[in-house]
Each structure stands twice: as structure tokens, then as C-alpha cells.
Design a binder for this molecule. Structure first.
Ligand SMILES: Nc1nc2c(ncn2[C@@H]2O[C@H](COP(=O)(O)OP(=O)(O)O)[C@@H](O)[C@H]2O)c(=O)[nH]1
Ligand SMILES: [Mg+2]
Length: 232
């Protein structure tokens, strides 16, 4: 019993220490009026592919940078850099999530004052990243059709806290034997207020609705920014 109590206490301390740093990050991002997206999913749901397609859709209009999180390799950062977008890879070794301090340290790599959008692609995992606030203003969860329709109900914490859920790989619905309506309804059950998009990063189907939504979200941030400048 005592061992369990100690474990809970250590975990609570880790989370509250993370929360302190996350608050500092959030204040910094808000002072810069920078939209920061925390992109999360199970491994292989299509985060990087979606990000590549999203960047291609909004490039030219907004200045974007990406922080990549993986246990090993900088393969994803290379994919993003191939699009001429600054990208920094964090390798966590055995740690299954990014934390606020890792993000704070990575910020010195970017000219963040010049950015409109910072995307953080978290380590592929539907559990731990949900509990570690990074200071982001937008939590986006990707759920691929190929994972099965029941995942939102099995991993409710991740889905419950999402602002946006992207149901990816709709081109595979039939081949996977997954009912898209059922999957969407399961997302809705767990999180009735999240903004929901069904799409395929591979075929491009449904991508426009998502990228337009994001374009407007970044635009709103910039308008609020210029309103603040006028007021001050
Ligand atoms: N059929 C299909 N495959 C996809 C789609 N999006 C991503 N993939 C594939 O899924 C695999 C994992 O994608 P990746 O972007 O690396 O996933 P991540 O681990 O979440 O970053 C790759 O082989 C992608 O080509 C999609 O919409 N449809
Ligand atoms: Mg990836």
C-alpha cells in the first residue's frame, strides 16, 4: 500500500512541476500571440503526413516551425525540413511523451518572435502525452480509421481534452472494415465539443476543411495581435 501511495505522490509532483513550466511557456506564447499546436496520436496514425500536407496548404501565408518528438531518429524533422520549414527534433530515449521543459529548451533553436504557428508533433502514444501540458493553445488529436472504431472510448483522456480531432485515413475505411460513422460517434461521445474533421492525408479528401479552419485560427490570432497594437 505504502509503495502505491509513494508512486502516486511522485507522479503528482512530476505533473505539478511540469505544469509550472507549461504556465511559463503559455505566458511566453501568449505574449508573442503565437499559436502553438500540440499534435498527438498513436504511432503511425499519420501525424507527420498530415503535417506535411497542412504545411503545403498554408505555406506562403504563414510562417511555421515544427518541433518533432520521437524516442529515436530525426526522420520526421528531416521530412519537415525537406519542405523548407524549420524543424527541430527532440529524441526522448525511453520517455513516452514530450514535457514542457523539453519544449522550453527547444525554443532557443527558432526565431519564435517571427513565427505565426508553432507545431509540436508529440511522441506517438495515446496515453502519456495527454497528461503533460506543454503550454500549447490548441490540442489536436489524430485518430486513424485503421486503428478501429473503439479507440476513443478506450483512451478517453486523450480524446476528452482535444480541441480538434482529425479522423485520418478515411481512404482505408472499407479495407479496414471500420464503420466511419461509428468511429465519429465514439469521438463525439467522449468529447461532444471538439471540432471534428474526417480526412485522408494520402488522397487529400477532406483536407481543405481542416486547413481552412487552421488558416482562420492562425488569422484570428494575428488580428487580435494587431488590435492589441492599435490599443497600446
Ligand atoms: N492510406 C493512408 N495512409 C496514410 C495516411 N496518412 C498517413 N498514412 C501512412 O501511414 C504511415 C504512418 O504515417 P506517419 O505520418 O509517419 O505517422 P505518424 O507516426 O503519426 O507521424 C505512413 O506509411 C503514411 O504514408 C492516409 O490518410 N491514408
Ligand atoms: Mg511522425
Amino acid at each position: 500500500m505504502q509503495g502505491n501511495a509513494q508512486r502516486v505522490s511522485v507522479q503528482t509532483n512530476i505533473l505539478s512541476a511540469n505544469q509550472q513550466v507549461a504556465l511559463g511557456n503559455r505566458e511566453l506564447f501568449e505574449s508573442l500571440r503565437l499559436l502553438v499546436m500540440n499534435l498527438m496520436s498513436a504511432p503511425g496514425a499519420g501525424k507527420t503526413t498530415l503535417l506535411e500536407a497542412t504545411i503545403q496548404a498554408i505555406e506562403g501565408q504563414y510562417r511555421v516551425a515544427v518541433i518533432e518528438g520521437d524516442l529515436q531518429t530525426d526522420l520526421d524533422a528531416q521530412r519537415i525540413r525537406a519542405l523548407d520549414v524549420p524543424s527541430h527534433q527532440i529524441t526522448t530515449g525511453t520517455v513516452c511523451h514530450l514535457d514542457a521543459r523539453m519544449i522550453y529548451r527547444a525554443l532557443e533553436v527558432f526565431p519564435i518572435k517571427e513565427l505565426d504557428l508553432l507545431v509540436i508533433e508529440n511522441v506517438g502514444n495515446l496515453i502519456c502525452p495527454a497528461s503533460f501540458d506543454l503550454g500549447e493553445s490548441l490540442r489536436v488529436v489524430v485518430c486513424s480509421v485503421a486503428e478501429g472504431a473503439e479507440k476513443p472510448r478506450k483512451y478517453p483522456v486523450m480524446f476528452h481534452r482535444a480541441d480538434v480531432v482529425l479522423v485520418n485515413k478515411i481512404d482505408l475505411a472499407e479495407a479496414s472494415g471500420v464503420n466511419l460513422e461509428e468511429l465519429m460517434a465514439n469521438v463525439r461521445d467522449v468529447n461532444p465539443t471538439a471540432t471534428l474533421f474526417a480526412l485522408s492525408a494520402r488522397t487529400g479528401e477532406g483536407m481543405k476543411a481542416w486547413t481552412e479552419w487552421l488558416r482562420q485560427a492562425v488569422g484570428r490570432q494575428r488580428i487580435e495581435d494587431s488590435e492589441m497594437l492599435v490599443r497600446s
